[in-house]
Design a binder for this molecule. Sequence first.
Ligand SMILES: [Zn+2]
Length: 109
Amino acid sequence: MKAQRYIVAHRCGSGCVWLYAHDDCPNCGGRLDPTRIPSDATVISHTVVRVNPSGAPVQLGVARTTTGATTLCVIHGDIRGNGRDRVRLLSIDGRFHAIARGSRLEDEG
Ligand SMILES: [Zn+2]
């Protein structure tokens, strides 16, 4: 699992950006087109789910991209949890993962 510098999102003519596909922009009703945005994001909230089917603790968080689009994500790597942790988002099978900056999972390229 390697984070890339860009992810695919959806942008309307008014500049609203969404990480998930919608028929029309939920804000303004405009048409949405695929767009590449930087994968850089900030974890603005997080929690640890200790009881789950995997048996191992899982970090879940809300990450906000530099475009303002937010998503729920699974966090990989160490974060401080102060609302300012920088991560890179990675989409796998329609779910977002946040890779902590500086972790071994982050792509240098
Ligand atoms: Zn819009």
